[in-house]
Design a protein around this ligand. Structure first.
Ligand SMILES: *Cc1c(COP(=O)(O)O)cnc(C)c1O
Length: 368
């Protein structure tokens, strides 16, 4: 059996450090707030190359709180990409703003930067580029559009921890950036967690206030916020894991390069990196032409190889967005990709012989 991800293999490699961190939190009863959270916020801000990090309850909250900190709400529009996890667009709707989708670039699966400007209206307040699958979105053209129209940029970096875009760290590019520490993410907690990072001190203060019931002092609230916390246990675990993240990212990149070699000419389309970026391969996604994806998945399953689809229905085509009255023709590339993409097993501990075996089974499928 080759699993899709193997969180147990990762834990086995760092068990002593993790177990010690957990018992430290418990013996200090630093469950909410406290030194472990402060320490992780400092380490993660420095890892991202930004001044501020605010730990929150999860990645979805991070996006919602970041948008609220920018003052986004009813009557506003926020532009994002048609291929992402629903959390991205959900967070926009949660503020009361309207979601405006843009199609994807068919080679990178990220937002098509040539199709953003046509979606800008006087109500547009922000753009959320998603660094999907750990592939940095092409943010320079997005920054140019944002400057021209006075828009804010919130990075959805939930799949992009540690990635680089033209020498800049993912998370340090937008006005704010949002991370998820869901267990399966590149930097994953042992439960839910998230963070908002920013270089802007005033925005960081707003984020901290909104995440903490809009509070200035204990019982004096400037506005209504939410209760969204990264707890002490998760922070301590993440602080340990952050030290290993660069090595794990190297492992993912090595495995992606091996996949690219073993799968060359096999019948699937392997992923690309745009020039001058370092992708972190949260997922390794290939494209299977001619609607043969399900058959390939079944063939791999028979050989004990787990696969996934990220995502089987493009966001505008979901029932949840029926009210926007889109058709698949409005987002032709995202819709087409949703029928052809398949995610292969990807984690740092994956071995070359496993990758070779997966590639062999894929070749076998196309040669039948
Ligand atoms: C995981 C994810 C989120 C949401 O994070 P949670 O911690 O699960 O709330 C948002 N956007 C993207 C692209 C994600 O992959």
């Amino acid at each position: 059996m080759i699993p899709f991800v193997d969180l147990k293999a990762q834990y086995d490699g760092i068990k002593e450090e993790i177990d010690k961190a957990i018992s430290d939190v418990i013996s200090k009863t630093a469950f909410v707030g406290g030194p472990f959270l402060e320490s992780f916020e400092k380490s993660f801000a420095s890892f991202c190359g930004v001044k501020n990090c605010v730990g929150v309850g999860n990645g979805t909250d991070a996006l919602y709180i970041a948008l609220r900190a920018l003052g986004i709400g009813p009557g506003d529009e926020v532009i994002t990409v048609a291929n992402s996890f629903i959390a991205t667009s959900e967070a926009i709707t949660m503020t009361g703003a309207r979601v405006v989708f843009v199609d994807i670039n068919p080679r990178t699966y990220n937002i098509d930067v040539t199709k953003i400007e046509e979606k800008v209206t006087p109500r547009t307040k922000a753009i959320i580029p998603v660094h999907l699958y750990g592939q940095p979105a092409d943010v320079d053209p997005i920054i140019a559009i944002a400057k021209k129209h006075g828009l804010k940029i919130v990075e959805d970096a939930a799949q992009g921890h540690g990635g680089l875009y033209k020498g800049r760290r993912i998370g340090s590019i937008g006005d704010l950036a949002c991370f998820s520490f869901y267990p399966g993410k590149n930097l994953g907690a042992y439960g839910d967690g998230g963070a908002v990072v920013t270089n802007d001190d005033a925005l960081a203060d707003k984020v901290r206030m909104i995440a903490n019931h809009g509070r200035m002092e204990k019982y004096n609230h400037k506005l209504e916020g939410v209760n969204s916390r990264l707890d002490g246990l998760q922070a301590a675990i993440l602080d340990v894991k952050l030290r290993h993240l660069p090595a794990w990212t190297d492992g993912r990149r090595r495995n992606a390069a091996l996949y690219n070699d073993y799968l060359a000419g096999s019948g699937v389309v392997t992923p690309v990196e745009i020039p001058d970026v370092t992708a972190v391969y949260h997922l390794y996604v290939v494209r299977v032409p001619d609607r043969r994806r399900e058959a390939l998945q079944e063939h791999l399953k028979q050989s004990g190889i787990a696969t996934g689809i990220h995502y089987p229905i493009a966001l505008p085509n979901l029932m949840a967005y029926e009210y926007l009255k889109h058709t698949e023709a409005d987002f032709p590339e995202a819709s087409k990709a949703s029928y052809e993409i398949v995610s292969l097993p990807m984690f740092a501990e994956l071995k070359e012989d496993q990758i070779a075996f997966i590639a062999e089974k894929i070749r076998e499928f196309f040669e039948r």
